[in-house]
Design a protein around this ligand. Structure first.
Ligand SMILES: [Zn+2]
Length: 195
């Protein structure tokens, strides 16, 4: 066991290998990607240390997902940086539910989605779930033809207030009552109706 390697020197990130010491059982419980051996908790997989300080659970995120580039078929969550009638620019924040710190920039063609060409269907600042359709020439093309893809977080574009879904593609502001168009994800609509 190599305790020194538990906190790696690699670019400030805490990468560990199976068997690396993470903590003692007095400090933490073993979570995903870690296991208890005697008085200690060690990594059971290669990855990034992810301690849950509040609940004192020590986990390791799989390394294969950390910092990797988007592949065709991946589900990403990203911020809409800009949106025109033809294309939206999206900054990728997570890939397959694993946080991405690389700020990959992706494009969503507005012309293909659900047969609409509305410039209002996405707004800068929206958070979007989408599928990577193509990675040709390192240009990440997104599509919304997947489960729960679409806008998962948005606010009123007039006053910044919180909104409710009126349907799959329409929102209403709780504050000022403005009705606007959005390409909403199915889970946003479900959540909105339940609250
Ligand atoms: Zn409003």
């Amino acid at each position: 066991m190599n305790a020194e390697r538990a906190v790696s020197k690699k670019s400030g990130r805490n990468f560990v290998l199976p068997g690396d010491l993470l903590a003692t059982i007095e400090e933490f419980e073993a979570g995903e990607g870690s296991t208890t051996i005697g008085e200690t908790i060690v990594a059971s997989i290669m990855g990034e240390v992810n301690p849950d300080m509040a609940n004192r659970i020590m986990s390791v995120r799989p390394a294969r997902e950390v910092g990797r580039i988007p592949h065709e078929g991946d589900i990403i969550v990203g911020n809409v940086e800009s949106a025109s009638s033809s294309v939206a620019q999206v900054s990728i924040k997570s890939i397959n539910d694993v946080e991405s710190h690389k700020e990959f920039s992706a494009m969503l063609s507005m012309r293909e989605d659900r047969g609409r060409r509305s410039a209002l269907a996405l707004k800068a600042g929206d958070v979007l779930r989408a599928k990577v359709m193509s990675t040709t020439n390192s240009i990440y093309q997104l599509g919304l033809d997947c489960e729960n893809c679409g806008v998962i977080y948005t606010v009123c574009s007039v006053c910044g207030g919180s909104v409710v879904a009126l349907g799959q593609d329409r929102i209403k502001c709780r504050e000022c009552g403005t009705v606007d168009e959005r390409l909403l994800s199915a889970d946003f609509v479900t959540y909105s109706r339940a609250h």
